[in-house]
Design a protein around this ligand. Structure first.
Ligand code: ZN
Length: 352
């Protein structure tokens, strides 16, 4: 199913490219700038079963995007600068901003060196429990369980369900089904309970996921000292804020900010909502982010930045750089706003 969806999206991007539609859409949907969203930046790995591959791009693709933006004479700016230009309605020059979620160590090892080649700043959003080494990256644990197991049993809808995980294709199908099931569970607690049960059954240690992949406080301190780097917040536990009671969501926002500021001794003024889609961040979260003192907050809803984004500083849309579409031909499709316009139903602002 996911393969089909990816193929449809790819056909859409290629159709936009070959039809030249991105040129026609540019004046309406390119906006005044773009905030790009990335997760991992690292060389591709061997192996057929890589269900989280959409969350990573190769350094070469990041380099191609930066070169493309430079060729268009687009300014590459910090989130502070995005906030300032929006506040001052300063749209003389087009701008782009690079943001990376979760605080992966590869951001330091592979993204920063490429950004440095272009003297381009980046913002990395840190979940404080990941930096602490205590957080759990359940989507990584799920991948590890399925990679290892040849079959899995889970209580979907209260019914013990047997899933074949003996071949790469079966593993991918099982991952997609479990991923959707887990994200639809009523609470964060339910999700963690089910993933923990799977890890126990299949002897997978999910407590090491954060330490294996994310920068520690010490590493972040050195990373944050680089003049190109801004550190933002991504909550404490990387929870779905919209599924939390209001007091918990407010605590996640304010306390993650305080913990990062305390550990790094720098102001933290920018936020990314974990998951960041419609079911993870809405009106209530946009208001809570403002109340917690964030100047900006970014979602994962697709879209460019428009002058009217200034009225929605804590509901800014982004353009995903997705591992499944690392083709240089789609760069102009992404920067024209054509792709995000198609994905979000030709809306400029999506902040409701
Ligand atoms: Zn995240």
């Amino acid at each position: 199913m996911k393969l089909l969806r990816n193929t449809v999206i790819r056909a859409g991007l290629e159709a936009l490219y070959f039809s030249g539609a991105h040129y026609l859409l540019r004046p309406i949907f390119a906006g005044v700038g773009a905030i790009f969203m990335l997760h991992h930046v690292r060389p591709s790995r061997e192996g057929e079963f890589q269900p989280n591959y959409h969350l990573e791009v190769e350094p070469e693709f990041l380099r191609a995007m930066l070169a493309h933006l430079r060729s268009l004479d687009v300014d590459i700016v910090t989130m502070d600068e995005v906030h300032q230009r929006l506040s001052e309605r300063n749209f003389e020059r087009r701008f782009a901003c690079f943001t990376l979620d979760d605080g992966y160590r590869d951001n330091r090892d592979f993204a920063l060196p490429v950004m440095r080649e272009f003297d381009a700043p980046l913002t990395v959003y840190v979940a404080s429990d990941f930096a602490e080494g205590t957080g759990k990256l359940w989507w990584v644990a799920l991948e590890t369980v399925i990679a290892k197991a040849s079959s899995i049993e889970v209580p979907i809808g209260g019914i013990a369900t047997h899933l074949d995980t003996s071949t790469p294709a079966a593993k991918q199908a099982a991952f997609d089904r479990l991923h959707d099931w887990l994200r639809a569970l009523p609470s964060e607690h339910d999700l963690q309970r089910e993933v923990s049960a799977l890890c126990t059954q299949h002897d997978v240690d999910q407590t090491s996921t954060a330490r294996d992949l994310c920068m520690s406080w010490d590493e972040l301190k050195a990373f944050a000292a680089d003049p190109l780097v801004t550190i933002g917040a991504h909550t404490i536990t990387h929870c779905n804020l919209a599924k939390q009671p209001e007091a918990t969501a407010a605590f996640e926002l304010a306390t993650s900010r305080a913990r990062i500021e305390d550990a790094l001794q720098r102001p933290v003024l920018h936020l990314a909502y974990p998951y960041g889609d419609r079911i993870a961040a809405g009106q209530r979260e946009f208001k809570l982010a403002k109340m917690a003192g964030f100047k900006t907050a970014v979602t994962t809803r697709p879209g460019m930045v428009f002058p009217e984004s200034a009225d929605h500083m804590t509901a800014l849309q982004r353009v995903s750089l997705n591992g499944n579409y690392q083709d240089a031909r789609i760069l102009p499709v992404l920067t024209s706003g054509a792709a995000t316009a198609v994905w979000n139903g030709f809306r400029r602002i999506d902040a409701a």
